[in-house]
Write a protein that binds this ligand. Sequence first.
Ligand code: ACO
Length: 376
Amino acid sequence: MGAVIIGCGKALPNLEVANDDLQALVDTNDEWISSRTGISTRHIAVDESGLALAARAAAAALGMDGSNDPTDSTCGWTTSPIEPSSIDLVLFATVTPDIVVPSCAAVVKRMLGLDHAVAMDLNAACTGFIYGLSVAESMLAAANGAAGAAGRNPLKRALVIGCDRLSRVTDWGDRNTCVLFGDGAGAAVVEWNESAPGIMASYLRNDDDEKNALTCANYIEAPQPFSAEGIDQAARATDPSLRFTDEALGIHEAVEAGGMRQVIRMDGRSIFKFASNAMTHAVEEVLRRTGCSLDDIDCVIPHQANARIIKFAAKKLGLDMDTFQLSIANTGNTSSASVPMALADAYVSGRVQPGDKVILVAFGGGLTSGAILYEA
Ligand code: ACO
């Protein structure tokens, strides 16, 4: 018995921005970007919210929308169309929520008429979808296990969404980061099944980001009319509360010097090193927890941050690159959306077949990392 993936989908915004287009913004070129990252184009949402993208991806995962062509901007795969009212739980992983109350998950639930679901958001940076799927699996297992079912919400099906519009938190004048990111959404439906193994193991981890190698401050607009002594209307102008975040994140000097506050700052080389090791370690851990070996694995669906990181991990694991789903060329790094969009590509293209053993693996800010091993 286990949590089985019965649907998945993805949605990309219409505007496609090629590497050469970015030369209008920063000193870069197609040769540098494609050879260092494997990225050719990314999609940017200019007239569409993250919520709209997420709703499109979720509808495709439910079989309500989208084509079965992985090159289309909205596509999906399902074993059979899924009744919206059969969804009991919605988890929405994002680092760029359009809204905080209600949660993005609650808004998508309303948009799609998922009448019986409970809904919440989750932030684990680029590992968000893997954390979300693992939480959903744990809740399904608890609700359907002999010991835990009593006293819990009945739970058979969960919708897990990963959605990000990184273009909103990108410094488009910084060539070290802006060439890497894009927007998108992906989703999957998991169902508790008494007679199929489904998710066999998950591994979640959070290493401390002691050097602030990857940060993005949250800039809440409302200024506080308080100082340490009490109400102080003059304090409104500067909102001193933000300073503490800037100091904690190590971005104080950059902001003081006029740099933008709510943008991704990244030490690319440290993240590259962390990522390659974290991916390898997470794959080894889920193998160990299931007793499977690499020979049993039909497909690895990794976070699409840099094709070179994937190649490095493949080499370290001794796995052929053909085992990996590579979707980065047309998307760039879309954070929480990256793994579920690559998952949709793998299913829609027919790459993943029933009975296949698949590993999902990711890393990101936090420093989070994790993997899931399941049987399709
Ligand atoms: N175009 C042209 N040249 C560039 C560009 C660019 N866009 N960006 C940097 N360069 C230059 C640098 O200035 C440097 O020049 P120099 O040697 O004269 O100083 C040179 O290229 C090499 O720079 P490096 O930083 O050493 O390049 P590297 O090979 O490490 O690649 C990259 C940089 C792509 C950022 C890589 O380090 C990487 O992928 N890191 C991991 C990023 C990641 O995975 N992030 C995931 C988390 S993101 C998130 O969570 C949202």
